[in-house]
Design a protein around this ligand. Structure first.
Ligand code: B1M
Length: 213
């Protein structure tokens, strides 16, 4: 569908205003929000990611693409949240200490809210103590950690240990995700669940909350 290609290409060029207009146009044309997200915005971000890897684009270009991504996904947020019912559980989410990547974390948050979960967003660069303190203070059933850098993945293990130290490990599920994270890593650090994408993270979180309700 060409409007989705247009969204992807304008996102790659960092044309935030045009991306926003095209996303609105796609919504008006009745294209499902999930399709606009995956085949337009995320497809464009994938290309940017590949070019970044090959040193064909650099941090400034990636930042403007990320801004375009956020402007487009902001319009989709209420649509992805449609059908959301009364909060079925509470989750806190953040990108781990040392890591400033937040696009994936924001998508996970958006999908979770869309499934009726209440989400406490801790932002980026979150230390283990903050995750655990928030889970205790705000009665969260789940702690969600995102990491995009291999160097920050170990912080996830520190979160598991911190939850054990605080005596809440049996009361709180710990979910992890982000591009370098794997199922094997999840098992290795003793977290509860790795999910590869935002949609499966939201489904899993709902299932965990229902199981503890
Ligand atoms: Co950076 N960056 N970056 N970056 N960046 C990567 C991650 C990298 C793979 C690029 C590369 O070299 N190929 C590389 C990491 C290499 C590694 O560790 N192995 C890298 C690097 C090296 C860096 C810097 C160190 C660069 C530098 O300064 N020299 C620096 C680090 C800064 C820091 O964090 N301290 C840096 C900076 C940046 C920008 C600021 C420019 C920008 C971030 C802007 C922002 O987030 N606001 C940026 C970006 C955008 C990227 C790439 C291009 C795209 C990441 C992204 O947003 N993807 C990325 C390359 C790539 O991934 N191809 C790269 C889209 C997003 C939707 O995907 O976050 O994976 P993702 O989320 C998915 C799933 O993983 C999952 O759901 C999402 C959607 O389905 N998911 C979860 C994510 N979190 C989850 C949590 C869950 C469950 C599922 O919990 C339950």
């Amino acid at each position: 569908m060409s409007i989705l290609n247009d969204i992807s290409e304008n996102l790659q060029r960092g044309k935030a205003k045009i991306v926003k207009e095209l996303v609105q146009q796609a919504i008006d044309e009745g294209i499902p929000a999930q399709e606009i997200l995956e085949q337009g915005l995320l497809a464009g971000m994938d290309v940017v990611g590949e070019k970044f890897k090959k040193n064909e684009v650099f941090v400034p270009e990636v930042l403007v693409a990320a801004r375009a991504m956020n402007m487009g996904s902001g319009l989709l947020k209420p649509l992805l949240a449609e059908g959301g019912v009364e909060a079925i559980g509470k989750v806190c989410i953040g990108t781990v200490k040392g890591d400033l990547h937040d696009i994936g974390k924001n998508l996970v948050k958006m999908m979770m809210e869309g499934k009726g979960l209440e989400v406490v967003d801790l932002g980026t660069d979150v230390d283990p103590e903050t995750y655990v303190k928030t889970a205790i203070d705000q009665n969260c059933q789940i702690i969600c950690c995102s990491a995009l850098l291999t160097t920050t993945m170990p912080v996830m293990e520190a979160v598991v240990k911190e939850a054990e130290k605080a005596g809440i490990r049996d009361k709180v599920k710990i979910m992890i995700g982000g591009a370098p994270v794997t199922e094997a890593f999840c098992r290795q650090i003793g977290a509860d669940k790795y999910t590869p994408d935002a949609a499966s993270a939201a489904d899993t979180a709902v299932a965990f909350c229902r199981a503890t309700a």
